[in-house]
Design a protein around this ligand. Structure first.
Ligand code: ADP
Ligand code: MG
Ligand code: ZN
Length: 189
């Protein structure tokens, strides 16, 4: 009998969530467990077929558009399922993750626990609630150097396309975080 469980890795941008996810999945592969990794199709910042950290660590992954297609892609003999950027999935990801764990799969989920205004980022709070283990990782505050838990949106560039990732956000601690709505770009024909 396999023992299923849910592990959540969460924190701000640049906190090492993806690194920690890759570390756990690599260890499982080393232990000859069958591992499958997934990411939302929305997140194609680096490479659509792989999960890549800011420090360029990478692991093969399948990009899926919905939690339903993620569930459909999990093979019967898979021991460990990794999911990155879980905050970009629909709410049904909670049911999918729970069902996989009940079936004996070890599920490791990484994602942002807060949005750019510091608000809980659904469906991460629910995933944290059903998890056996929650790990909060922290980045380095770009202002003061203390451990950072918030993602500061730093682009206010008018009329410029926002691609996300480095340059658009930086890690900040609670003291240095300044949540604010970014003014919308004026209409440009
Ligand atoms: P996450 O998935 O949480 O966004 P990654 O695992 O992709 O984070 O990247 C973590 C890496 O980002 C670190 O090992 C470091 O090389 C780099 N990095 C860049 N800026 C920072 C920062 N402000 N604090 C910590 N790490 C940073
Ligand atoms: Mg990441
Ligand atoms: Zn700070």
């Amino acid at each position: 009998m396999r023992r299923g469980s849910v592990e959540v890795i969460c924190g701000s941008m640049f906190s090492g969530k993806t690194e920690e996810l890759i570390r756990r999945l690599s260890r499982a592969e080393r232990a000859r467990r069958r591992v499958q990794a997934f990411k939302p199709r929305i997140d194609d910042r680096y490479d659509p077929a792989r999960i890549v950290s800011h420090a360029a660590l990478a692991i093969d992954a399948v990009a899926v558009a919905t939690s339903e297609s993620l569930a459909a892609r999990v093979e019967p003999l898979t021991d460990v399922v990794g999911i990155d950027e879980a905050q970009f999935f629909d709410r049904d990801i909670v049911t999918v993750v729970d069902a996989l764990a009940n079936r004996g799969v070890r599920v490791v989920v990484a994602g942002l626990d807060q949005d750019y205004l510091g608000r809980p980022f659904p469906p991460m709070p629910d995933l944290m609630a059903i998890a056996e283990e929650v790990t909060k990782v922290r980045a380095v505050c770009t202002v003061c150097g203390e451990p950072a838990s918030r993602s500061q949106r730093v682009v206010e560039a008018v009329g410029t396309v926002l691609v996300g990732g480095a340059g658009a956000y930086e890690a900040r601690c609670r003291m240095c975080f300044e949540p604010r709505e970014v003014p919308r770009a004026p209409y440009q024909p």
